[in-house]
Design a protein around this ligand. Structure first.
Ligand code: UDP
Ligand code: MG
Length: 147
């Protein structure tokens, strides 16, 4: 059964451009509860690990450089069928292909610098939440750890 939790990020392009506030407003207005949130700055090694599944792809090194280039916002979001809902809210990877009204259509610069991240499965949501948020912090926030 699909879970109520997903992992999201406001990526460095959007944070640097001062779009984080509008993206967070969009998240709230779209009916998500923010369970946890942190301003983060990934090291290269952390970005490599976070995107391990893409290692070897032609865009991997550029992706790792980009994701470790500046501040980002890590988020745990709650909504019914959260993973699929959030993927629909953010839109296609390439903003040129993203539907009207999606976050990537509204805020992304390009296929690489595309404003936001979203988990692609419940299993990866569990892994990605744990990557950024220790169990104790989630418990203190009243956020049940997914899975
Ligand atoms: N990416 C890229 N070029 C590509 C595909 C992906 O730069 O051709 C970057 C982009 O930032 C994307 C991330 O790598 O968000 C992860 O790719 P994925 O296919 O998982 O897209 P997503 O799940 O983020 O839509
Ligand atoms: Mg993905």
């Amino acid at each position: 059964m699909a879970g109520r939790t997903t992992f999201a990020m406001v990526k460095p392009d959007a944070f640097e451009a001062g779009k984080a506030g509008r993206i967070l407003a969009h998240i709230e207005q779209s009916g998500y509860a923010i369970l946890a949130m942190r301003l983060v700055r990934l090291t290269r090694v952390e970005a490599e690990a976070f995107y391990e599944v893409h290692r070897g792809r032609p865009f991997y090194q550029e992706l790792v450089s980009f994701m470790s280039s500046g501040r980002a916002v890590a988020l745990v979001l709650d909504k019914a069928d959260a993973v699929a809902a959030w993927r629909a809210t953010i839109g296609a990877t390439d903003p040129a292909e993203a539907a009207e009204g999606t976050i990537r259509k509204l805020f992304a610069e390009s296929k690489g610098r595309n404003a936001v991240h979203g988990s692609d499965s419940d299993e990866n949501a569990v892994r990605e939440v744990a990557f950024f948020f220790p169990e104790r912090e989630l418990a203190r926030l009243g956020a049940e750890s997914p899975g």
